[in-house]
Design a protein around this ligand. Structure first.
Ligand code: FES
Ligand code: FES
Length: 163
């Protein structure tokens, strides 16, 4: 089957590209769009290193076809910071040392970004449950949980100031 032209709103910018129907979203992002933040860890939907946000949902891009994103709003870790200012989840991982090797981190950040919109004031166990689709082989998770709680508090504070 030939290539199909798709249009994706990628980190706020319209991107139009021809893709093979079999192209996975992770390969579209990394190879066609040169957005290498999302990582390939397992390729079987287990580790979450490839997590991105599609139309307001966390999606593992290793098991999603690029053509399924035609007309969608896709956000990757590259779109989190705004004009050089870190997003609260990035600041949280930095301040609480929520990473070691960093391989899982882009997926963790994107899941935390969506999770905190689903649950802006989570308990520690809700953070653990909300982030449970993302695996980390280095940190033991303690600082990842602290980082997400830091970001939750920061986002609530920012919203209060803006109200
Ligand atoms: Fe997609 Fe592991 S690479 S879940
Ligand atoms: Fe190494 Fe999470 S920091 S896998």
């Amino acid at each position: 089957m030939g290539k199909k032209l798709i249009t994706v709103k990628l980190n706020g910018r319209a991107v139009e590209k021809a893709v093979e129907p079999r192209t996975l979203l992770i390969h579209f992002l990394r190879e066609d769009c040169q957005l290498t933040g999302a990582h390939i860890g397992c390729d079987t939907s287990h580790c979450g290193a490839c997590t991105v946000d599609i139309d307001g949902r966390s999606v593992k891009s290793c098991t999603h076809l690029a053509i399924q994103c035609d007309g969608s709003d896709v956000q990757t870790v590259e779109g989190l910071a705004n004009a050089g200012v870190l997003h609260a989840v990035q600041e949280g991982f930095y301040k609480e040392h929520g990473l070691q090797c960093g391989f899982c981190t882009p997926g963790m950040l994107m899941r935390a970004y969506r999770f905190l919109q689903e649950n802006p004031d989570p308990t520690e166990s809700e953070v653990r449950m909300g982030m449970s689709g993302n695996l980390c082989r280095c940190t033991g998770y303690q600082n990842i949980v602290k980082a997400v709680l830091y970001a939750a508090a920061k986002l609530r504070e920012t919203q209060k100031e803006a109200a």
